[in-house]
Design a protein around this ligand. Sequence first.
Ligand SMILES: [Zn+2]
Length: 427
Amino acid sequence: MKKFKFILILLSVQLIGLSQDLDYAKKVIQKLSSVDFKGRGYVENGDKISADYISAEFQNLGLIPITRKSYFQKFDISVNTFPNRVSVRIDGNDLVAGSDYIIESSSPSISGKFQIIKTSRSQLDNDSKLVSLVNKAGNSIILIDSRDRKNENPEATKKIDEYINFLKYSPQANIKGLIIYTSDKLTWEAAPEQGLRPIITLIKDLDINSLNSIELVVDAKFIPKYETQNVAGSIKGTTDSDSMIVVMAHYDHLGKMGKDTYFPGANDNASGVAMILNLAKHYSENKPEYTMVFIALSAEELGILGAKAFTDNPPIDLKKIKFLVNFDLAGTGEEGVKVVNGSVFKDKFDLLTKINKEQGLLPKIDIRGAACNSDHCLFYQKGVPCFYIYTLGGIQAYHDILDKSETLPLTEFVDYCKLMIEFFNKI
Ligand SMILES: [Zn+2]
């Protein structure tokens, strides 16, 4: 009876622990992807508000700042932004930024009413058609109907994409701007430079046969030098404080497109920040054997620039990193996780799958080779053994206005966190 009671107490303590983990993760994700954090870009100090929040959490959890004075590692970036007005009007109706269209992030400013020259992918099938289109365009905007690709063979697709890239980016294409009319999902990116002409991707259901003109206001601001910051801290190891285990996640996202539209970035990558904060919380309560370092990186979306700043001027000795895990997209897991560098560090991958199997945590752990698709890459190139792990399945919102905390399932978050703790304890 006594023993039974003891097990019950143990079990309930563990359950409370797990639900607290999830509550804390939800709170972090909800905060970071709220409108107050401005999409964690470089408009209205989105990055700084986020960095302040994360460093305050680090401080609450008792982490040691990465430099003697501060959790921040500052560095400069250049970035194209849309802090002011962005408006697309057709027949006197305002379309909605983010859901009807996106302004490609490299776009410069434009303002006025423009004639539209229409073409389609299928009509753009040889050089002379491209030349005559450019000649005809003059001061007009070219609209390319890209909805129907059924009859394109791979060779044609490649050629047409080259033509479209020419129209988008070439200094020789003397055109005012470009609209890609598509039925694909809208996906935004961040741009470290400003391009030559505005590019709009439009998905609003329209009668394009009767579409002859468009009113545009794009107020772009290119910032050649903007100071942003990585945030990092540590918890000292009890037995081997000289070896480090590093967990990291980028906290930046895409920011704002005009005054009214922001990109929440709940899965990408408020979820990863929630993971490292959860791990920080765990290790602040259960002191680790090796020193644990926690890094929240900025400017990943601009081309892993936070990781570049960190590895160019490392505030810690990279040679002392026993292992590093980068968390980017940690918020689903219905179909398990994928491990980049799994086949490179096969013994570590085998350890991870062994723990997972023994404890029945995630539905699947997929292996992948090296890939330079997130911040871990620059650490790997400097010889740091590492994984980049991302969750699979669940909601497909990505780089769009639908990547919100309200709909992020966090299906496997608690088990994922538990798996990582077991992994770090056995590494
Ligand atoms: Zn990301």
